[in-house]
Design a protein around this ligand. Sequence first.
Ligand code: COA
Ligand code: HC5
Length: 638
Amino acid sequence: MWGVCSRTAVGMAKTCLFKRPCHLVKPVSATRVAGRYLSHQRGLPALPVPPLQQTCERYLNALEPIVEADELTRTEELVQDFQRPGGVGERLQRGLEKRASMTENWLSQWWVQVAYLDFRMPVVVHSSPGLVLPQMDFRDQQGQIRFAAKLISGVLDFKAMIDNETLPVEFLGGQPLCMNQYYEVLSSCRIPGLKRDSVVNHAKSSLPPKHITVVNNFQFFELNVYNSDGSPLSSDQLCIQLERICSAAQETSAEPVGILTTLHRDIWGKAYLNLMKDETNRDSVTAIQRSIFTLCLDRAGPHGSEETYRSCAAIQMLHGGGSPGNSGNRWFDKTLQFIVAEDGTCGANYEHAPAEGPPIVALIDHVVEYTRKPEAGRPEAGQPVTLPPPRRLNFNISPEVQKDIDEAERSVNRLAQDLEMKVKVFQHFGKNLPKTFKMSPDAFIQIALQLAYYRKYQRCCATYESASLRMYRLGRTDTIRSASNASAAFVKAFDDPNKQNSEKVDLMEKAVKAHRWYTNIAISGQAIDRHLLGLKMQAMEEKLSVPALFRDPTYSKALHYHLSTSQVPSKTDCVMCFGPVVPDGYGVCYNPMEDHINFAVSSFSMCSETNAVDLAQAVEDALLDMRRVLEQSPKSKL
Ligand code: COA
Ligand code: HC5
């Protein structure tokens, strides 16, 4: 059980098992959490609070490539004042250290609030990522149902690993990781509030849910996925039930109530109160929230050519194509939605508050592997018996609710119209090439992104890359700032005809090393962004005025990420995607496989300065040009 590590696709090694997590947002008391899970979690180190001087110094370094000299001078003065002996910085640092000694993780709850629950933009595009699987080999409803049934079985198989304590613990850089997020993704849901949202997790209730929700033709159904003896329904049984759902959904039409979940959160918060006034609606919404996950059986989206297929599919996963498309065939507050369309387009959308991408991807990798196994090899749960039909979840649409639905349709259509998405499969090489040159593949890709951006804009920009903090108990993420002095020196030299090839290679190596260094400090809790956020939150907690350092335009500039990026590796050849985090920026998600790299680049078409297609092309060019100089370098011929 607690055996030897083996590498997984998430770049993490795995062993062992356990059970019952604590809740992410509202922790359950430790006495309810028993067994190996708890001892594993207890064995994890607590997230450190980095030294104040170190963060101040690193902050100024990180600003150098992205701000003007006069801005930097002003910020240097603010930093000096902030960290002076007896100053506000020291007071806040002490407060943070105290908080760290009294909580399981001084950061995570604040982070979930600030990054997700207090963030009021629609979760669609602005927060919830999409995941695109390779197109499956069916093209009709029968094939869709058969695949969806296998998919459900695959998720239940993964769920059993959670329930039976056989879920492997992952490792990163030889360190065991916090596994809490795995226990947050099933049977949970975000709930809109008037000012702040919340997340409920029913997995830990005394009566854990036994059903999923299925949505087809904008209509929701509760589908019980376990037999009365507790065994999961077989794929054949599930097929029968899904067929019943599809015929019932085709017979009638309904208002797309799910589209309400695409609204701005304050507006949805109000609309939610309208919706929940009605008892039938309350019952239906509760069934969705409690369900293990949601399965969206979509009609086919726009196809496009082979070249554009994945970009079209990414749009289906991210927002569903607007109200004439599949956007109403969703409940975007649901933590996990699997999407299976009639034309073989498959993937998922997930609400980000409870978990990061890697646990979701590990689950999906498992499901895909499961669906590929021949039926015969699988344990089937008993003989098909007559099952009660799935329950339709009815909604009563009052004029008020109808108005909210109309508004949601308009706003999601604007959002869909505004999102540009380009999926590029970079075929020329993958992790293999940087490895040959003894460079970190992730750092190599990030430096290529820096080069692509610089070539397009003649400047460096604040760049965000997600770094996992899961080495620490309840750890989430910190920011790797990919724009460094070393990357700036490299991108400025690269197209300079007066520079020798050897100098370019030397600068590339330095830039890649600097990135890997930043990655190492970030995953060991010594990066600057979450610490600075913590110091600011501490000031608010102590009801102090927000220190000038955080009111500085330079601080806003440092947080205005023109490039918001994330590496999400997987075993399956899939691509993950998300929207930009600023109106004039890009979202770039990439999955480096051994011999190719899948990229999804997004931008907003409203912004005339950005163009996802162009940036994707610039990234491809940058990667190829970087390879060329490496191969031309005498070192490579050694
Ligand atoms: N020479 C040769 N090989 C090298 C190398 C070098 N100098 N540096 C690294 N490698 C190898 C590694 O051993 C690894 O090998 P593997 O393919 O056998 O696993 C591979 O290259 C990849 O390493 P690298 O590219 O450096 O990246 P990483 O796997 O360490 O990932 C992060 C870096 C930042 C992505 C990772 O630390 C992280 O935090 N991941 C989580 C991100 C996340 O949560 N994203 C989703 C947010 S929702
Ligand atoms: C299916 C995986 C998608 C990845 C999502 C991701 O990277 O989210 C980042 C989370 C974090 O805390 O860094 C946020 N980001 C999309 C804005 C990079």
